[in-house]
Design a protein around this ligand. Structure first.
Ligand code: AQP
Length: 322
């Protein structure tokens, strides 16, 4: 199957990004044709620092590689280096209903945070549809928060196919049962998010001291019992979930293993996360900028070739000269 997924370069990669998206990529690349993208054009819709962006892109590629994405198996590239993404986004915007864009949860949430809302924020899901459809992708591994955008991508594909003839498959979202929604350490009823305060997420490259401090000060609920109950005990349930995902133990097993109260459990979780993330830190330090640039250049060539093939077909169908 053709698989596409992307992550924005700005901010830190956190446990939510890893457990929701990247961990799936590593499994999928064993058997499928995978493209993994740094979606830098998406990052422009929020406040960002142009001077820091190039470094953030290199850091994200290093993070992909350190977490186990293998450039021998997967194509890794930067969105803005394949200009067909922006071109296709424009073409797809002509079949996308504005009403659908306005009802997107992410748009509603993020537009509240901006004084003057930019059109890019509204059109974000059209660019995301272009990213996916440009490669005729069939499967998109994402966290739960992106499912609504995926549903809109399917609608856009359907509308295009109806108007111009069968061109795009309708891609499916792939979420994991447990990792799909990792919650904030400080407000466990909200998802873990890089745009919240640093104490609300663990970054993949936090130092052991930082990891320990963040987990020990994570919000928990009243009581002391280690019991999974999303409604009554969202804080401890989130931590149990993270423990279960990193240890490969069932939730019930984790509940049974810990009966000494929250502090003891948090300490064990901090140790586990530090231990599991240690190889990522080491591998990232070993990667050179040259290695990363070579991987990106290979990725760009491969993605560009495929993108041009699709654009040729689309333009012909739309009556545009190629
Ligand atoms: N908390 C989460 N739990 C599970 N999966 C998550 N993802 C993000 N947060 C969680 C998944 O990670 C992938 C890439 O996300 P992104 O960084 O490109 O954008 P995002 O979803 O907007 O991530 P953030 O951290 O929440 O960013 P801001 O703060 O800018 O909104 C996606 O597959 C996403 O589902």
């Amino acid at each position: 199957m053709k698989v596409f997924s992307g992550i924005q370069p700005t901010g830190s990669l956190h446990l939510g990004n890893y457990l929701g998206a990247i961990k799936q990529w590593i499994e999928l690349q064993e058997e499928h044709d995978c493209l993994f993208c740094i979606v830098d054009l998406h990052a422009l819709t929020s406040d960002y620092n142009p001077e820091e962006l190039p470094e953030s892109i290199v850091n994200k590629v290093a993070a992909y590689l350190a977490a186990g994405v293998n450039p021998q198996q997967s194509t890794i590239f930067v969105q803005s280096q394949v200009k067909e993404h922006a071109e296709l986004a424009w073409l797809l915007s002509t079949v996308t209903p504005v009403g659908e864009l306005e009802r997107m949860t992410q748009y509603k949430k993020k537009s509240k945070k901006q004084k003057s809302v930019n059109a890019g924020l509204l059109n974000y899901p059209v660019l995301m549809a272009a990213d996916i459809l440009l490669y005729k992708s069939e499967l998109v591994p994402v966290g739960e928060d992106q499912q609504q955008h995926l549903e809109l991508t399917r609608t856009i594909a359907r509308k295009f196919n109806n108007k111009f003839g069968n061109t795009f498959p309708e891609p499916e979202a792939k979420t994991t049962e447990q990792g799909a929604r990792i919650m904030s350490l400080q407000e466990p009823t909200n998802k873990m998010s890089k745009s919240d305060g640093e104490e609300s997420y663990v970054s993949l490259f936090d130092s052991p001291e930082e990891i320990k401090e963040k987990i020990m000060s994570a919000q928990t609920d009243s009581g002391r019992e280690i019991k999974y109950d999303e409604k009554e005990k969202p804080g401890i349930s989130n931590l149990i979930n993270i423990y279960s995902l990193f240890s490969d133990k069932e939730v019930s097993q984790v509940e049974q293993e810990f009966n000494g109260g929250y502090q003891e459990f948090k300490k064990a979780l901090a140790e586990l996360v530090i231990q599991e993330l240690e190889p990522f830190r080491q591998k990232k330090d070993e990667l050179s900028k040259n290695q990363i640039n070579e991987i990106l250049e290979e990725g760009r060539k491969e993605a560009e070739q495929r993108a041009q093939d699709t654009m040729k077909e689309i333009k012909e169908k739309m009556g545009l000269p190629y």
